[in-house]
Design a protein around this ligand. Sequence first.
Ligand SMILES: [Zn+2]
Length: 380
Amino acid sequence: MTAAIVTETLELAKDLIARRSVTPHDAGCQALIGARLAAAGFTCENLRYGEVSNLWARRGRVPPLLCFAGHTDVVPPGPLDQWQSDPFLPTIRDGRLYGRGAADMKSSIASFVTATEAFARERPGHSGSIAFLITSDEEGPSVDGTARVVERLKQRGESMDYCIVGEPSSVEALGDSIKNGRRGSLSGRLTVRGIQGHIAYPHLGRNPIHLIAPTLAELVATRWDEGDEHFPPTSWQVSNIHGGTGATNIIPGSIEIDFNFRFCAKSSEQSLKQRLEDILRKHGLDYGIQWILSGRPFVTRSGELVEVVRRAVFEHTGRTPELSTAGGTSDARFIAQICSQIVELGPVNATIHKLNENIELAALEQLPGIYLDVLRALLP
Ligand SMILES: [Zn+2]
């Protein structure tokens, strides 16, 4: 790892943080990344859908294809007066780089770029191909970003062999944890209908709150599956209940319940829908449900990519990363449709989406070297 790459990575991370790319805006980040990649021999395509900017860049035409994926958008900074320094003025303090996106995930993107530039200089005739899939819609609805680019790649018959997503996967120190999969997410809005009436004449009404109570108890107690070696058991959680008119003398006519499954590969969208509705029917409820599937579970089992990433992390940090599928969804769920081996590896996530988001400079110095070693190992 040369000193030059360390400096270049810090400078690029700062340039990216200084661009106010609050989701879905890209604020010129992708133009900057694209220009660097074009100079390193990439063919760049800007794919714009609605307000969302996407960059697909590729160097080489032959397999295997290793893709670096990530996002340039950031979440809003929140109250500015509670930041110790301006979130869009990258600032170094106490051995850390502060700014919105420092950890999620502009430092990873800067490291992808400088590692790739170094690799293209060092091995201009490398085997295989390298790609970048960068979106400005990961922190928002995630509709016009990676999902749309993957659709387009599918139509063109393009697929990937390996993908590294730069999401902040680490927990306490860089590389202590990498994600080799994610749970699925299935949400529902349940409406249970009763009969509205005066609370003093309950025989004339039908109270949906009373009707749902034993059903909810059963749903909460249900063991949906046992999980497996990669995933914890599927969980079911209620996020909102709305019932009642505000008046204290009315039996409500209906209630609404929002719930979510975080599910593992032992269950499927269909099996969970079926089992939940079986319980509702058993309790004789008059109900309707609107379902939204936002991601299916996927997992990259131990194999070439996981091993190469683990070795590279160990070389640079002395840590052996633990494999994890915990946390929320990420764009990896879309990429999984066209790529069989995906690993998420990035900085510590302790300050992401928070005030005073930051990355340790020591980690920023190690990250490009790790990505560079992955390139060297997979595209000799
Ligand atoms: Zn992120």
